[in-house]
Design a protein. Structure first.
Length: 262
DNA sequence: ATGGTTGGTAGCCAA
């Protein structure tokens, strides 16, 4: 079973690219972030025509997440990250999807960017990461296969940036940000791409500005974290770098894993 | 090199 995540940076702007990517790579589950669309305007029909069931948690103008799954899911377990009733940002959706021999729970997240450091935006990012940790703690108690996928807006280690010194003032690479991400891993979650590719040079984001793509000035900030029961079934992981070279690309590229059937 | 580009929106804001 193939599970993929992609920050598409606007579903209206990326519909053609998203459909092409789905046709070419046919993931069983595809998680999108930054759809920048309200639920009613999300082009679900275009994805249903490809055989996907669709769940959306959107909002006007920015943020927004969606899950597409070829296999059925009974219901959307969670819309919006639990833990703060006053948080109006559409950044989390979670479903339980059928899997050969069982189920897998998929949490799709768009973690706050947090820039500039020292503002309420950075405080919001760190608080959001604490709430995500709480969600992971609750899910781990179930001792079931689950994955937390999406745009984490976290550069975990210096090897996850072409030029780490260029990010030292950025919210994505602050010590507090990296520590919060590490605390997620230390609960017992596996960074699946890191597990399959321990070395440097693998990136998921290249800024539109300053020729970042042409210079390979990339960072790895889109991640798939797996529970022990999911990590036990991990057979492959990868990054679909080729989409960044397309016409009208997203600044992020897809990340995926393959889980063995039971 | 304190720049540069894109998407959604109609506020320039968010990234």
């Amino acid at each position: 079973m193939k599970i993929a995540t992609w920050n598409i940076n606007g579903v209206k702007a990326r519909l053609e690219g998203a459909v092409t990517w789905l046709r070419e790579t046919s993931p069983d589950v595809a998680c999108f972030q930054e759809i920048k669309s309200v639920d009613e305007a999300f082009p679900a029909e275009a994805f249903e025509e490809l055989g996907y069931n669709v769940a959306v948690h959107g909002q006007k103008g920015f943020n927004g997440v969606a899950i597409l799954a070829k296999r059925p899911f009974d219901e959307v377990t969670v819309r919006g990250l639990p833990g703060d009733a006053n948080d109006s940002h559409a950044r989390y959706i979670e479903v339980i999807v059928a899997r050969p021999g069982g189920v897998v729970r998929v949490g799709n997240l768009y973690l706050p960017n947090g820039n500039p450091v020292g503002t309420d935006k950075f405080s919001y990012k760190l608080a959001w990461m604490q709430r995500l940790r709480k969600r992971a703690v609750d899910l781990l108690k179930l001792e079931e296969p689950f994955v937390l996928v999406g745009d984490y807006n976290v550069i975990p280690e210096p090897i996850d940036a072409k030029n780490p010194q260029a990010w030292t003032q950025d919210a994505l690479f602050q010590p507090e940000t990296r520590a919060a991400y590490r605390s997620l891993l230390n609960l017992g979650l596996t960074d699946t791409v890191r597990a399959c590719y321990p070395g440097p040079g693998l990136y998921t984001f290249w800024d539109y500005q300053a020729g970042a793509w042409q210079k390979d000035h990339g960072i790895r900030i889109d991640h798939i974290l797996a529970s022990p029961q999911a990590a036990d079934r991990l057979v492959a992981a990868g990054v679909d770098k080729f989409t960044r070279g397309w016409e009208k690309p997203s600044d992020h590229v897809p990340v995926w894993i393959e889980l063995a059937d039971d």
